[in-house]
Design a protein around this ligand. Sequence first.
Ligand code: GCW
Length: 715
Amino acid sequence: MMGRTAFACILAMALGLCALAGPARAESGYDLWLRYQPVQDDYAGANHVSALVTGYRSPTLDAAAWELRRGLTGMFGEPPAQSSAVTADGALVIGTPKSAPAIAALNLSLQALGDEGYLIRSVSIGGHKATVIAANSDIGVLYGAFAFLRLVQTRTALAGLDIASAPKTRLRVLDHWDNLNGTVERGYAGASIWDWPALPEHVSRRITDYARANASIGINGAVVNNVNADAAFLTAEYIEKEARLADVLRPFGIRLYLSVRWSAPMELGGLKSADPLDPKVKAWWQAKTDEIYRAIPDFGGFLVKANSEGQPGPQDYHRSHADGANMIADVLAPHHGVVMWRAFVYANDPKIDRATTAYNEFVPLDGKFRDNVVLQVKNGPLDFQPREPFSPLFGAMAHTSLMMEFQITKEYLGQQTHLAYLGTLYEEALKSDTYEHGPGSTVARVIDGSLDHHPISGIAGVANIGNDADWCGSIFNQANWYVFGRMAWDPEISARTVADEWVRQTFTNDPAFVAPVVDMMMKSRAAVVDYMTPLGLALIMAHGHHMGPGPWDTIGPREDWKAPYYHRADANGIGFDRVASGYVAQYHSPLKEEFAGTATTPEDLLLWFHHVSWDHRMTSGRTLWQELIARYSHGVDAVAEMQANWTKLADDVDPERYAQVRDFLAIQHREAIWWRDACLAYFGQFSKRPFPDGYKPKYPLSYYEKMPFGASPKP
Ligand code: GCW
């Protein structure tokens, strides 16, 4: 009898898919990590699935069965038989005890799985070997189906399976900074995927594929509009459009949320104020919220950016963030909705260290928020920099739910083209120890709620998704969407594990490809840190668009929007003295003692915490000036190494994706040199120390300063 693998290959060859010789079929990247390519190796799992056994139907269970059929057919060449009972070895039985009698009969202990977890187990049913994907809820079954397909795609043996998995956080949300007009703030992957003019009548297939991708990694919420919110998203016309979207997302377990503009009661309701303690204001929000829930019964809630970067908020009426958040929370509570209130605030006062402001504003409010309020805190105290220490708010608010806000879109890390795997950045932040209750009080445990028993736990990621063929502007940017979801589900999973499974699903299981590519990903973000902001530098990107170097930039209207405010380079040295600013004191011991001295501060963050002399001796034996040159140069060299490694892998990737990565690495290399040379030319005018041979920037500083947007230096 012909083995499944051979059969799959013959079928695939007939379809022109099998690449026994010559380059693989070109791929645009649209399929993301859900490619389900024919299994052509001698994978032992190949003979394991003969039939798909389902029970009662629901939209979510149908989605699970559809995905399994699609995946297994793609990989094994023939669809599994559809059945309602196990009659032979190799059946895959999916459902809940309620939906599938075959699962009820197994009497599995599912309690620990909660509402969203799943179990995948090898069992025997009526003397036949079978695999069950069981859960307490339909969505758990869908998550389990995707997990099973991941096992096959990563070539995990399917015998003797016993996997139980449940998410550690409750809100696993993508924040889309998408505007009404189809643009995306800080988006580098084309226009918004939401086609508002076509709604409510039409929703494209792309939205279903978006929902599938999210469900495959456990994302269960989408804030569909920008935090710099337009009140129009709350009009009856838009609520109808949003309701239609919510209908498409619902089977995939994704709740729709909206960013709201604080002054909406004035703009839409004609009120004279948006004072949270004004009963008319509350009545307006009450009516609006009820209207939304009539259209979207499982609506998730609101995300609010208030009194931040010019947005209106409760402080306009001398009310606190808690007054504002609680008013909205009270109108949402009867519907079980939540308020995600952003802690991204900073004062327009050059005498105050911007990094200290969120702590100063929010810590006094600890314990004053309703149970359905969760503060959404960026990983670092400034703004999604290539490297920041964790925000001291984590670990400082025992009585307030805190959720993480990561940026998936790479506003400050090379935007569309630079290869920067953010798994290592997320991991670094989540593993950081706050010492709130002594060692082991990690940020991961703050945001999964376990450290202080917060009522709400969660992670948000600012999406990097757009209408581009490959969704994210580049193939490697897809990894950042992927790792965000996987770490939201399990904040303790390692960046390397996730990179490995992403590479296997996105490209190939060939170890000769997987190992070097994972290695490249794991080093990639550190390379960006080095060629942009080594040693704890921050916010020295060009003004406004944040693409390219701008350490000289002083054109902003506020001191804390100018680069020298952050790097403080002068004849004596460089860096921000955050002992003097009061920032260091916001951490628990032993961190505040550690960060207080230059000798005990990690060198990777030295200039974040201290103003350091150009001649300060580093552990490498170099002076600070020499170390700065070495780090900038290391960043450039690391990109050159990625280029060289990628070139060796040409035969293992389809030509389209190979070429994109090759070309983008070339851009990254050119721009890394630009970063290095521009920054060293700029800082050199303060340090007045010599450049080692071969390290002097090619052009004078004025050349870099005058470079127009979109250009980068001639090689
Ligand atoms: O990172 C900065 C961005 C702004 C953004 C803001 C925020 C949505 O430059 O574009 O506005 O943060 O997070 O609110």
